[in-house]
Design a protein around this ligand. Sequence first.
Ligand code: MRU
Length: 353
Amino acid sequence: MFSPIIYQSNQLKLIDQRLLPHKSIWVSCDTLEDVAVAIEDMVVRGAPAIGCTAAFGLALDITQVDQDSTWRSYKGRFFDCCARLEATRPTAVNLFYAINQIRQAVESISDNELVRDVSEVVERCAQDLFNSDLETCVAIGAQGCKLHSSDKKLRVLTHCNAGALATAGYGTALGVIRALHSAGKLEKVWVDETRPYLQGARLTSYELLQDNIPHTLIVDSAAASLMAQGLIDWVVVGADRIAANGDTANKIGTYSAAINAYYHNIKFFVAAPWSTIDLTISSGADIPIEMRPQSEITEYAGQSIAATEVTALNPSFDVTPSKLISGIITEDSVIQEPFDKSLASARAHNNRL
Ligand code: MRU
């Protein structure tokens, strides 16, 4: 299964997603700072992939210091590394989840322990997070596929890239699409190009092409008209953070897709692992929304599109209110309204977070 992240023998490599689909170049991250910059600059992107990369970043750093020194002497640097990674991108909670998992894994280690032993703990935890994300995506795919029992093949719209490139592999929204395709339940995928960063045009259509999954690329604003013509059966998207009431932050434009689906009576599903659910916040109003550079709107591939004096606003994510969501497809189950109650009881039932 393709993964955008390779961690082997203390070496971290990422496929440079800024260059896809035309060039497949793997970049090596040699320091923690390289990892942080790779996340900020979108070499790696997508909520679960960012979390896994940050975890491997922590593993990379601890394996680079004197292994015979004590945990006490490294501890301060470890917390600085966590803080540096946490400052990279604010919206996807998977980043904070992964770092917290590692913090918890080292929490009870005594100061006199050798760094060598702590390195093992950190590396194991990072590897477990990666392996578990891969398994989780496959489980999300299976849960999503179970939702469709009729013989009619589905035409599914997706936004952004919630595929193998955005996770440890396989994908969340694209995991559901892959599972539907394997089960013979998919007619085709409509791929939103996803302005302004074009994750749909550059990454999702590339992944679907690799897997021979029928698809057509559209501009984001074409979706409503395709819905009105009866050409879309489902919308399936990923998520960066889901609040306790089900409000969901995802790539800018997701909210418009949800409103359009609601108006046309089309099912709108969010596919996401439990690591994307943030029960510490009650609603989407508390989700921090990343603002990205204006140049992502005013320029394309270094070429200016708008007049140089133009001011642009570039929120990278929006929040879809839960009332527009038909279901949240997790690895355990499909959560439905009332989302606040269903999320709380699914959490207790599945012993999550
Ligand atoms: O800015 P990006 O490319 O990191 O945004 C990615 C998305 O919005 C994805 O839909 C989300 O992270 C889910 S990935 C499984």
